[in-house]
Design a protein around this ligand. Structure first.
Ligand code: UD1
Length: 382
């Protein structure tokens, strides 16, 4: 019987690029840090592709999460989808040729996730996708294109729930490539929750716990169209008359609110605090104690479920249906009347009990690292 050639070294590049990616790779880097103690031939490098680059969208997350400085920076910056994807591929390909990694790990569904997976695969480098198999079934979302394409390319697919496994199998992915491991974003939340709560950031804003809503928006489908963003803002204007709002504004949303002439009038509303993007701990401190979260973010839907805080998702679909099935989130779309009615119902009627997803227990990153090492050892790495 042929035996595999022993391999004494293995190099892994872990790619992050946007705010939610930093939250996802932090526990992975920590779990790899533990693995390095037992595998002297293992090298793990962090790549920052630079889709998010400013202090509030990037640096503060490295600080709060204790992430090591990136070993490799691509500094891609902003641009159209093709520009961001193409520039990332070109820059990453050069690094791949220099570094010759065995594996590239990508997380989530942003443009650099797909770009780095594609560049790696074209060079014959193995790709692992963390948070695979999520599907909104809305192909007008850029993220849905990134999810589907990244999953097709990936050798190993790490999923957050069994629904994602089923999606992948239905698309013809072999079961032995799929590993249900839990949710790395929740690893980070559970690790930092106590520290965030101790911050009592709501106090800093003059709020009472449980007596305010946190609002975030950044999906192009909500913020890039005048009529839709105006409608959402009119809902927020009404709601702030009944419940104080904290609204840390994403750069895309701020830019569009200025373009549509909405920001000046919003800043006159008496009961809203319009803020710059918050650090991870500040945001977690606020969301942990909110009466309700209103957002179009995927990650916040998941975090709200684990925090037990009701989440009104301003979308018609979600790639994370488990958050709805377990009672954490309700899809309310982006029409003013429905959003206002949902908030009023929450305030008048409370919220039914929520469930907790399987394996969202703080150990997802450890499982991912274990699977990767077991597989690599089977292939000869020791
Ligand atoms: C991206 C992701 C989205 C993710 C979101 C998290 C894609 C297709 N979209 O959307 O899935 O949920 O990140 O925030 O990959 N900007 C800054 N500073 C920065 C970065 C961006 O001011 O550090 C501004 C720029 O004006 C830029 C705009 O924000 O044009 C949008 O940034 P972009 O990277 O295009 O996508 P996001 O909307 O952030």
């Amino acid at each position: 019987m042929a035996t595999r050639a022993a391999k004494s070294s293995m190099k892994i590049l872990v790619v992050a690029s946007t705010r939610p990616n930093f939250v996802k790779v932090a526990p992975l880097m920590e779990a790899f840090g533990q693995a390095l103690k037992h595998h002297s031939g293992l090298t793990v490098k962090l790549v920052h592709a630079g889709q998010h680059y400013d202090d509030r969208m990037s640096r503060s997350f490295f600080e709060d999460l204790g992430l090591p400085s990136p070993d490799i920076e691509l500094a891609i910056g902003s641009g159209s989808h093709a520009e961001q994807t193409g520039h990332t591929m070109i820059a990453f390909e050069r690094k791949l040729i220099d570094e010759q990694p065995d594996w590239v790990i990508v997380v989530g569904d942003v443009n650099s996730t797909l770009a780095c997976a594609l560049a790696a695969k074209k060079l014959g480098i193995k790709v692992a996708h963390v948070e695979a198999g999520l599907r909104s079934r809305d192909r007008t979302m850029p993220e849905e294109i990134n999810r589907v394409a990244t999953d097709v390319l990936s050798d190993l697919l790490f999923t957050t729930d069994r629904g994602a496994d089923a999606n992948l199998r239905a698309e013809g992915v072999d079961s032995d490539r799929i590993h249900f491991v839990g949710n790395v974003m929740i690893d980070t939340l559970l690790k930092h929750k106590e520290q965030a709560c101790a911050l009592q950031w709501w106090k800093h804003l003059g709020l009472e716990p449980g007596q305010y809503a946190v609002v975030t928006l950044h999906r192009p489908s909500n913020v890039d169209h005048r009529e839709i963003l105006t409608g959402i803002c009119s809902a927020l204007q009404t709601i702030q008359g009944e419940l104080p709002l904290v609204f840390p504004i994403h750069p895309r949303t701020r830019k569009m609110a200025i373009t549509f002439g909405l920001l000046d009038s919003m800043s006159q509303w008496p009961n809203v605090q319009l803020l710059e993007p918050l650090s991870y701990l500040q945001m977690l401190s606020l969301t942990s104690n909110a009466a309700v979260i209103m957002c179009d973010s995927g990650g916040l839907q998941e975090e709200a479920l684990v925090l037990g805080v009701p989440c009104l998702t301003l979308r018609d679909s979600t790639e994370r249906p488990i958050t709805v099935e377990l009672g954490g989130s309700v899809l309310v779309g982006n029409k003013a009347g429905t959003i206002i009615a949902a908030v009023r119902s929450r305030l008048a009627n409370g919220w039914p009990a929520m469930g907790c997803p399987e394996l969202w227990d703080g150990a997802a990153a450890e499982r991912i690292v274990r699977v990767l090492l077991e597989r690599s050892c089977a292939e000869g790495f020791n």
